[in-house]
Design a protein around this ligand. Structure first.
Ligand SMILES: Cc1cc2nc3c(=O)[nH]c(=O)nc-3n(C[C@H](O)[C@H](O)[C@H](O)COP(=O)(O)OP(=O)(O)OC[C@H]3O[C@@H](n4cnc5c(N)ncnc54)[C@H](O)[C@@H]3O)c2cc1C
Length: 354
């Protein structure tokens, strides 16, 4: 019998507070991995990696155990980026034992625009060619889109010694935004991304503008895929606004026959509705924001709350929309003690205060 390949790496982090860091890690990764917390030890298990983090005398001892070298690099970067994010302005030291680093980010894929057209008045689909789309064929749906500055040849990121991504700076600084792979066409080697056009007077929307202005031959890159698998359950409740519509459409398209879905989707008006073909059954409630008496109404939230109240404990709840609504949906699910393995609840954008 062949042994399962195992790639290991250890690290030591010295944060201001080890307990605070472990709490943050467990709270965040619960959406992405099986998280086990046992006092000073946190274990995060995913399809390709096991991460053990133990608080010991003011340090965090980190052990990574992954099925491929690529997964090991990705896990190291993921942990490093999050530790520094959670540290905020507090000091953090992070060192890894030597590792034969890959020369470039293993999950960076160069892409080229092959077409761009509107699916609805506010949803623009850009299709990209990609030399190797096999990594996108699995269930991971999300990517970071990297766009080089206009008129400059792209400079793609590499690694810093602490495992974080070394982003190009100055004139080579990239635009980075998170999107969903709406579909892939394996035979043609193409990837579809649907970009919501959300123009705001006086505020730049550079991700949306990239799609609006995309020309055949434009170069960009994707980092990923990762975070946010296709849900697997017999009954699924889908909740979201336009930013989640590409993901909802993909989930509907890829579930096996026999899956029952109920979707509550908030969009601007009737013209933004899209057909959502599926092998399962899907009942959709489209909420049209333009008919709300008050633009501040949170109809999506009240409808989501009502839908959640009627589900059983086996139902998978998939929700993605604005940050405040997501916080409220999370607390509704927490209130009914819904199993965290049967939910994906993520904010996709944040309303600015201006
Ligand atoms: C995992 C994940 C998957 C996502 N998938 C998709 C996808 O497939 N398609 C897609 O279009 N978006 C998707 N998003 C959301 C997208 O990343 C954000 O909307 C992003 O802010 C767009 O960047 P921008 O440069 O256009 O606007 P930004 O520069 O980020 O923001 C400019 C202004 O627009 C406002 N704004 C940002 N997003 C929205 C919005 N959706 N509706 C209304 N106002 C907004 C902000 O509050 C800000 O005032 C996803 C996000 C995540 C985290």
């Amino acid at each position: 019998m062949n042994a399962i390949p195992s790639f290991k790496l250890s690290g030591i982090a010295i944060p201001a507070s080890t307990d605070h860091m472990l709490d943050e890690i467990c709270e965040h990764f619960i959406e992405h991995a099986d998280v086990e917390r046992n006092n000073h030890l946190a274990i995060l298990r995913s399809k390709t990696s096991i991460v053990r983090i133990r608080a010991d005398n003011g340090t965090l001892l980190i052990e990574l155990d992954c099925s491929t070298l690529e997964a090991l690099q990705a896990a190291r970067t993921d942990i490093a980026e999050h530790l520094f994010y959670f540290a905020g302005d507090e000091p953090l030291e992070l060192n890894w034992t030597p590792l034969s680093s890959l020369p470039a980010l293993p999950n960076l894929h160069e892409i080229t625009v092959v077409s761009a057209e509107n699916v609805t008045p506010n949803m623009r689909r850009v299709i990209f060619s990609c030399a190797d789309i096999t990594p996108f064929a699995g269930g991971d749906m999300h990517v970071r889109l990297l766009v080089p500055p206009n008129g400059r040849p792209p400079v793609w990121p590499g690694f810093r010694e602490d495992g974080r991504i070394a982003w190009p700076e100055g004139q080579d600084e990239l635009l980075v935004r998170v999107y969903t792979i709406r579909a892939i066409d394996i035979e043609r080697g193409e990837i579809w991304i649907d970009f919501l056009q959300h123009p705001m007077p006086g505020i730049s929307t550079r991700g949306a503008d990239f799609a609006r202005d995309a020309r055949i031959g434009d170069r960009a890159a994707l980092l990923g895929p990762g975070g946010g698998c296709l849900p697997s359950a017999q009954t699924i409740v889908l909740i979201g606004d336009e930013s989640a519509l590409p993901a909802i459409a993909r989930i509907a398209a890829e579930v096996p026959a026999g899956t029952h879905m109920r979707a509550i989707i908030e969009i601007e008006n009737e013209a933004e509705e899209q057909p959502l073909p599926t092998h399962g059954t899907l009942e959709v409630s489209w909420l049209h924001r333009c008919h709300y008496p008050d633009r501040q109404d949170r109809l999506l939230l009240s409808q989501a709350t009502a839908a959640i109240a009627s589900i059983d404990e086996e139902t998978f709840v998939w929700a993605a929309c604005e940050k405040n609504d997501i916080r409220a949906i999370r607390s509704v699910l927490k209130g009914r003690l819904h199993d965290h393995r049967k939910m994906y609840v993520a904010w996709y954008w944040e309303r600015s205060l201006r």
